[in-house]
Design a protein around this ligand. Structure first.
Ligand SMILES: [Zn+2]
Ligand SMILES: [Zn+2]
Length: 198
């Protein structure tokens, strides 16, 4: 079913349905904060451009960041799926906690890499959690160049940080909030100049 947006033209105020494609469907950071502009025709869109430009660019960057994040996530998970190095024996979800049962590897032996044991779970979230567990350093090493490439022109070089993340990986007894994690911070290169917020 095609969605029809009946709203007012950002330029002249009459009923309008033509959404600015550059900023439509941008992800929300706060509820309702990603609404793009709608116009009744191209002339109104052109006339309104100088007003809309900064916001359009900021919303467009949100889309680009989300697209980048999705690509990076897919790249890491794909790599892990064929180069998995944990001897998993069971994946169990109980009382809000995901348990990854595994055979301990003697410290003197090298880890074997191979296909992820997909028969252990049918739950995509559990599989992704097992693939991504403890991979923060690998992700940094593996995805740095790709990240820069995907964000080319949009950001200053990525800053490397080692710090605390403000969210919880698991509920229950495992809580990584106080653990140091490496991460990148991408800064909008135009932010300082224009004052626009991503
Ligand atoms: Zn109009
Ligand atoms: Zn726009």
């Amino acid at each position: 079913m095609a969605l029809v947006y009946l709203v007012q033209c950002a330029n002249c105020g009459t009923d309008a349905t033509m959404r600015c494609v550059a900023c439509m469907d941008a992800p929300e950071y706060q509820p309702g904060d990603s609404v793009g502009s709608v116009y009744c025709n191209r002339d109104c869109q052109k006339a309104h451009w100088s007003n809309h430009k900064a916001r359009c660019r900021a919303l467009g960057q949100r889309k680009k960041l989300l697209r980048t994040a999705n690509i990076l996530k897919a790249a890491l998970l794909t790599y892990r799926e064929v180069m998995y190095d944990v001897d998993l024996t069971k994946i169990q979800f109980q009382d809000g906690i995901l348990y990854l049962h595994q055979n301990q590897r003697p410290i003197t032996t090298r880890s074997k890499r191979g296909l992820f044991p997909i028969h252990l779970t049918t739950n995509i979230d559990h599989k992704e959690a097992a693939l991504a567990n403890n991979q923060c350093t690998t992700a940094m090493a593996l995805l740095g160049r790709l990240t820069r490439k995907l964000l080319e022109g949009e950001t200053d070089p990525l800053d490397y940080h080692l710090g605390k993340l403000g969210f919880i990986f698991y509920r229950g007894s495992l809580d990584y909030r106080s653990t140091g994690h490496p991460y990148w911070k991408a800064t909008d290169s135009n932010k300082a100049r224009s004052g626009s917020r991503l």
